[in-house]
Design a protein around this ligand. Structure first.
Ligand SMILES: *Cc1c(COP(=O)(O)O)cnc(C)c1O
Length: 467
């Protein structure tokens, strides 16, 4: 067929819309996407005919293309992925995974009216934070508490409420930047507090703090170094010493703990991360930490400390701008309940469970994945890839436990026909996407963060990517 005839034979948007398929699409997909997809497809065909790259076409093949366009357009952008990186608190992958049990409570509250800010006994207006305050106080030993949008907001609102126009003393070794442009000096200046740097990068002494205190000092601030460490010739002032100094001079002491752990990790051989309870007990006036890092909850910033200061923070107008919604609150109440019993917390909170799980459990999961994969690849297995279970190390992520390596087991898939980079890309673009890393020409799938109910999809995805 010549070009003009071919062009003239292209169907109109209306014709496709009125076809059997067109009618079906309009029932299942947004009409706007159906129309756009039909137009785009006709346009693609017209262009390829004009460029001589298409000499013929059938209506069926066009309809298949339209459908592909519609499906792509209608797909939800935010979707689940399989985390095979071994990084438990992966900020780019959504940090902590919530359990079904927590979600049940979110659903119970979100799909109904609730006593969010209503005092049922008195029939009067109630307080949003009252629902978690008792739990937080019980768990951390603090007098009072609040939860805001995230830990960045927690630090910001505390500085604004307690130290606006006043000096906040911070060690130069703790002026950190945490991913996503949270930098202590910048947060400080936008909150209206004045940064007073003391000490040096590697050494800060108690007398550095003491010498810097004057009548305009608003706070002594300690910041968790999060994902970096200074090693060698170093000195930092511990929170207990700092709390004592604060009391002596009547200046409140605040600790931005970052991750904030409620479970004692010492029995697991981790001695560098004190619990929130330890920090409160040391006499710290205000402690802030994230809800979705080691705690394993939804995004949130928890503030615990002395009642007198919490009351001042709660009254700051910024609190309204950083307040949490009922779904977050419902998730926190359920999670904090789990923490009342440490064994329950370890079992029910995915983040805690993945971090502290028994190495033999991880090994068994890795072996299961490898065996399943070999079985699914069948006789093609040898030609497609080498599959092996290897010992490796996972990280906690989330700026926590930066130097702790968690022994783990991973499945190493070394493709024969394609590069490891290509395999990584195919899996990343798969359904569901699988996120993994490459090491020495092999794709490393860390069994620590792969959940049992994801194994079937994972194996299917790898098989499809390899064959
Ligand atoms: C992660 C972190 C923050 C920011 O917490 P978000 O919950 O992400 O807002 C602040 N300070 C420290 C030390 C951190 O580790």
């Amino acid at each position: 067929m010549n070009k003009q005839k071919l062009l003239a034979s292209l169907p109109s948007v209306d014709e496709i819309l009125k076809s059997e398929k067109g009618a079906k699409w309009q029932k299942t997909f947004p009409r706007r996407y159906v129309l756009q997809s039909i137009r785009d497809t006709i346009d693609d065909y017209r262009q390829s005919i004009l460029k001589d790259s298409r000499k013929e076409f059938s209506l069926e093949e066009m309809l298949v293309d339209v459908q592909r366009h519609i499906e792509k357009r209608s797909e939800l952008s935010l979707k689940p992925v399989i985390n095979a990186t071994g990084i438990v608190i992966h900020t780019n992958l959504g940090r902590s995974v919530l359990s079904e049990k927590v979600l049940e409570n979110v659903k119970r509250i979100a799909c109904s009216y609730s006593n969010l800010e209503y005092e049922l006994e008195q029939g009067t207006r109630g307080k949003r934070y009252s629902h978690v305050q008792r739990l937080l106080n019980d768990l951390t030993g603090a007098e009072s508490s609040l939860i805001v949008n995230n830990n960045a907001a927690a630090v910001f609102v505390c500085l604004a409420a307690l130290a606006k126009g006043k000096e906040v003393i911070v060690s130069r070794g703790e002026l950190v930047e945490i991913g996503g442009s949270f930098r202590i000096p910048d947060v400080m200046s936008s909150s209206g507090a004045v940064l007073k740097e003391i000490g040096t990068t590697n050494k800060t002494h108690l007398h550095d703090y003491e010498n810097a205190i004057n009548e305009n000092t608003g706070l002594l601030l300690k910041v968790h170094q999060s994902n970096f460490r200074i090693v060698g010739f170093t000195k930092e002032v511990g929170i207990e010493e700092l709390a004592t100094l604060g009391k002596k001079h009547n200046v409140p002491v605040m600790f931005d703990l970052g991750s904030g752990c409620l479970v004692d990790l010492k029995p697991y051989g981790i001695h560098i991360e004190p619990t929130v309870q330890d920090i409160v007990k040391a006499g710290t006036d205000i402690v802030t930490f994230s809800g979705d890092k080691l705690l394993g909850g939804p995004q949130g910033g928890i503030i615990v400390g002395k009642s007198e200061l919490i009351d001042i923070i709660a009254k700051n107008p910024l609190m309204r701008a950083v307040r949490i919604d009922k779904m977050t609150l419902a998730a926190f109440e359920a999670i904090l309940m789990s923490y009342l019993d440490e064994e329950t917390a370890k079992k029910n909170i995915p983040t805690v469970r993945m971090l502290l799980q028994d190495i033999e459990e991880i090994h068994a999961r890795a072996k299961k994945i490898a065996a399943q994969l070999k079985k699914d690849l069948g006789t093609a297995h040898e030609e497609a890839a080498s599959v092996a279970v290897v010992e490796d190390a996972s990280q906690s992520g989330g700026g926590a436990l930066a130097e702790v390596e968690f022994k783990t087991y991973a499945v190493a898939v070394k493709p024969v026909q394609l590069s490891a980079n290509k395999l990584e890309e195919r899996l990343r673009l798969g359904k569901p996407p699988v996120i993994a890393r490459i090491k020495e020409d092999a794709l490393i799938l860390d069994a620590r963060t792969i959940r049992d109910n994801e194994i079937a999809d994972l194996v299917k995805g790898i098989r499809a990517a390899l064959l």
